[in-house]
Design a binder for this molecule. Structure first.
Ligand SMILES: NC(=O)c1ccc[n+]([C@@H]2O[C@H](COP(=O)([O-])OP(=O)(O)OC[C@H]3O[C@@H](n4cnc5c(N)ncnc54)[C@H](OP(=O)(O)O)[C@@H]3O)[C@@H](O)[C@H]2O)c1
Length: 294
């Protein structure tokens, strides 16, 4: 049986990867504080002891706003940390799987970005993630880099406190209408489907850079309205003008196209509305709602 090491195993995506690889693979999960990707010696020691065939790295500095003033911390995890994992995986003869972001693009478009489109990050988080994916692609001869966007699922990202679905549930509580901006268009993605797509790619022996997001596009306001509609909540999400933000530049349009997945006939990502509905009606979705709203 092949052995997979999952770094960031208690995070949003990592916890679903742990579930998806539980059958048919031997799985070992790592996370802070026992393994820190910025600590090369510790990383080498832990992975050498586990002897994995595949190393999946979900560890990231994901606080987009804070990264502007914490550049070193963002680059330490997203750039140097990613390179550490890729280099150790290469030395162990293991495949390295890494995740990138839609924020590598500047958003100056009106159609979903393909893998062949030129990145141009607008902020520190995007720049640190772009540097990291380039290091993985250069370091390891056997690698997969999956760029994704707007993750949500059963396990929220600890450092953010709540995912977007939970934020919308809380905003709508006791209201008849709420307001969100239509400024940003994206491809919100369910962590469980992304984890399953990762397994499909690995088992097909695919390598290189892939975009892996739910099909279709929406604005965050449209996504919020769908969260409430599917949950049987009558609250209306009205468009509100986006507020000027002098401190953080965010790309306006960051939907991605799963162009390579389609070209290789390996796309398993459903439409964003189908994935959202399946998640909200799943046991994990119901439990998250219970934990969020009580
Ligand atoms: N979330 C999104 O919307 C989104 C969008 C585009 C791309 N992505 C990418 O998708 C991947 C997975 O994201 P996610 O949302 O699952 O993130 P997450 O929920 O923050 O999970 C990352 C996990 O890695 C851990 N970690 C952080 N720094 C570490 C370090 N130095 N060494 C070892 N582990 C560390 C975190 O621990 P702590 O919780 O204790 O920090 C957490 O358990 C990342 O590469 C991210 O950049 C995410």
């Amino acid at each position: 049986m092949q052995h997979i090491a999952i770094i960031g195993a208690r995070g949003a995506l990592g916890s679903d990867l742990m579930k998806v690889f539980r059958h048919g693979w031997q799985v070992t999960g790592f996370d802070l504080p026992e393994l820190d990707v910025t600590n090369l010696n510790q990383l080498r020691r832990q992975l050498a002891a586990a002897r994995p065939d595949v190393v999946i790295n979900t560890a990231a500095y994901n606080l987009v706003r804070e990264a502007e003033t914490n550049r070193d911390a963002a680059f330490a995890v997203n750039d140097a940390g990613a390179a550490n994992v890729a280099n150790v995986a290469r030395d162990l003869g293991a495949v390295c799987v890494h995740y990138g972001t839609d924020y590598v693009f500047d958003g100056e478009t009106d159609h979903p970005y393909a893998e062949t489109d030129a990145p141009r990050p607008l902020n520190v988080y995007g720049a640190s993630k772009l540097a990291g994916e380039q290091r993985v692609l250069a370091a390891s001869p056997r690698h997969l880099v999956l760029r994704t966007t707007g993750l949500y699922g059963e396990t929220p990202t600890l450092t953010k406190g709540a995912n977007f679905v939970q934020i919308v549930w809380k905003m709508a509580r006791g209201k008849q209408e709420i307001a969100l901006s239509d400024r940003e268009t994206c491809s919100p993605t369910w962590t469980l489907e992304l984890a399953r797509q990762t397994r499909v790619l690995l088992e097909a022996g695919a390598d290189g850079l892939f975009h892996a997001v739910q099909e279709g596009t929406c604005t965050w306001r449209e996504f919020a309205q769908a969260i409430l509609d599917i949950g049987g909540n009558a609250v209306v999400v009205k468009p509100k003008p986006s507020e000027a933000d002098d401190t953080l530049k965010r790309p306006r349009y960051t939907a991605l196209a799963n162009a390579r997945l389609h070209a290789l006939d390996l796309n398993r990502m459903s439409h964003w509305r189908t994935a959202l509905e399946t998640f909200l009606k799943s046991e994990g979705g119901r439990q998250l709602r219970e934990r969020t709203l009580g």
